[in-house]
Design a binder for this molecule. Structure first.
Ligand code: FAD
Length: 287
């Protein structure tokens, strides 16, 4: 089933994201994670794609396929293009299709200063057009940035580029993580004014520890509201309290998003079923 069809009858979508183990680790570790996520009954689970990796270097395809076949849950495979040639992407599309995967989250990928881009795809919109022209019938989603992509000069420029992504064929969007819902609402309003009318899922990452958040924020530039930094300062040396406060913060964010009529919520599970369970059980009846 395509992700866009999950939104039929005004349904609010609740999805999870997992990442594959590194290729030199056993694939079984992800099955322990999926065993713990299965009965939370998400609408779909997406599987990230190692930055700079080729399909041969990561388990994305195997895991996305197992989510469907073994766990009976819809899946989406992330796919980046900046370090791939068209020939390589064609091979990946064939493999995804042969594995019965229906959905791709089409991304450019971060530019790694140590790996020169292959230059056959410049933007995710190039990948989306390429998938559309490939003859395969994948559902296609794209990424969006409530606080603007770090390379964009302005939010207006970023939203104009986002419109190009949707015009190329992205049927739904999943947002970068954020901790201040008001920035998400402001972004949604501007996206709608720009004529972006596809469903937009809000990306929520529960905080587990201070280090994790510092790393994420340095990568994506998410702003941290005062109540969030106070929480981190108070509990940073008490891991259990920090975890519980992080879960409560994510639950509050989700309740507020649902009250504002968000199209969907995408939970970055960080392969932690315990945290995903506590959050899901707190909000599931609200969807
Ligand atoms: P693009 O859409 O290409 O945008 C990149 C920049 O180019 C933006 O500044 C944009 O405004 C600009 N731009 C876009 N189109 C045009 C155009 N036509 N003309 C001019 N400028 C343009 N990374 C991974 O490596 N693996 C993953 O699995 C992964 N999953 C992710 C999932 C989500 C939900 C999100 C939000 C991000 C994910 N990322 C992942 C990170 C992502 O690869 C980076 O954020 C990357 O820097 C941008 O990818 P993009 O697809 O948004 O790029």
């Amino acid at each position: 089933m395509k992700i866009k069809d999950l939104y039929a009858n005004d349904k609010t979508v609740f999805s999870f994201e997992v990442f594959p183990p590194k290729r030199d680790n056993p694939i079984e570790t992800i099955f322990e994670t999926l065993d713990g996520l299965k009965d939370l009954d998400p609408d779909f689970i997406s599987v990230t794609y190692g930055a700079g990796a080729s399909l041969a270097d990561n388990y994305t395809c195997e895991i996305a396929s197992a989510i469907k076949d073994k766990y009976g849950i819809e899946s989406a495979a992330h796919l980046t293009c900046v370090n791939s040639t068209k020939k390589e992407v064609t091979e990946v599309l064939k493999r995804l299709n042969d594995s019965g995967i229906d959905n791709i989250l089409a991304l450019r990928g971060d530019i790694n200063p140590d790996i020169p881009p292959k230059k056959e795809f410049e933007y995710s919109s190039d990948l989306i057009s390429f998938i559309r022209e490939s003859g395969y019938d994948f559902g296609i989603s794209g990424a969006c940035y409530p606080e603007t992509h770090i390379e964009s000069k302005s939010q207006i420029e970023d939203i104009i580029n986002l419109k190009k992504k949707v015009d190329a064929g992205a049927e739904t969007l999943i947002s970068q993580l954020f901790f201040d819902n008001s920035l998400f609402y402001d972004f949604i309003e501007k996206a709608r004014i720009a004529g972006i009318n596809v469903p937009i899922e809000a990306g929520i990452m529960p905080v587990v520890n201070k280090k994790q958040i510092e790393r994420m924020v340095s990568l994506c530039g998410a702003s941290l509201p005062g109540k969030f930094t106070k929480m981190m300062a108070r509990y940073e040396n008490k891991p259990e309290a920090m975890r519980d406060a992080g879960i409560a913060y994510a639950v509050n964010q989700i309740v507020d998003l649902l009250s504002h009529g968000v199209d969907g919520v995408h939970l970055y599970t960080m392969n932690n079923p315990y945290i995903a369970r506590r959050i899901s059980e707190s909000v599931k009846s609200l969807f």
